[in-house]
Design a protein around this ligand. Sequence first.
Ligand code: ATP
Length: 233
Amino acid sequence: MLEVSGLSVRYGAVEALRDVSIKVGTGSLVAILGANGAGKSTLLRAISGIARVTAGTIVLDGKTISGLGAQDIVRRGVAHVPEGRGIFPDLTVKENLMMGAYARRGSKISADYSRILAMFPPVARRERQFGYTLSGGEQQMLAIGRALMAAPRVLLADELSLGLAPIIVKQVFAKLEEVRKAGITVLVVEQNARLAMKFADYLYVLKYGRVVMEGQRSEFEHSAALVDAYLGV
Ligand code: ATP
């Protein structure tokens, strides 16, 4: 279980998150919705130790991870697929994937590498190509694969659908389902509420850095108009 309690994050005068509390049950897929600037990316960045927490705590399986460095948090089992994918354009697909295992030691890395390649056939076919030669959808799959190379218990994914054609978005989210079925907890940030409602068990809506709505998927389906209002659709 990942539990965020009373989290606040400031960037100078900007209060990006204010007293945010969320719970992500082990093995569940939870989505954070919100308009541009609502604080969604900041929440993921705080969990993975990239953004500094001003107040509040982040606890993973009973142990506090807020305040640790990003590398320690990866070692504790949290991997982040950043907004914009963050593919290294001048590294090969294989090198990009291996970067995901930078904080690991041990013999399981190569077995994980083969397993993850098998999970993403379009990426596997381009194993020796440079990152920049991949399409947007392939880069998104590669970014997910790279995060999985950290052998995470929790996968954080930021705006996977951004800039991708609907058919590709479907394929990418189908991969997330596979990840969750493999027992990995998934927390996604999405601007596309309809999409998130198809996949998530539980959803939160952020507005101006606060949680303004939360509930099971079924509750969200009945309040689509309210969600639209919060997202400014
Ligand atoms: P988007 O989808 O546009 O990324 P978001 O919901 O992910 O939106 P954040 O990126 O978390 O929102 O930003 C929340 C607020 O914090 C915004 O007002 C943004 O301008 C501000 N912000 C984000 N990063 C920084 C930073 N490094 N320095 C200053 N302000 C920042």
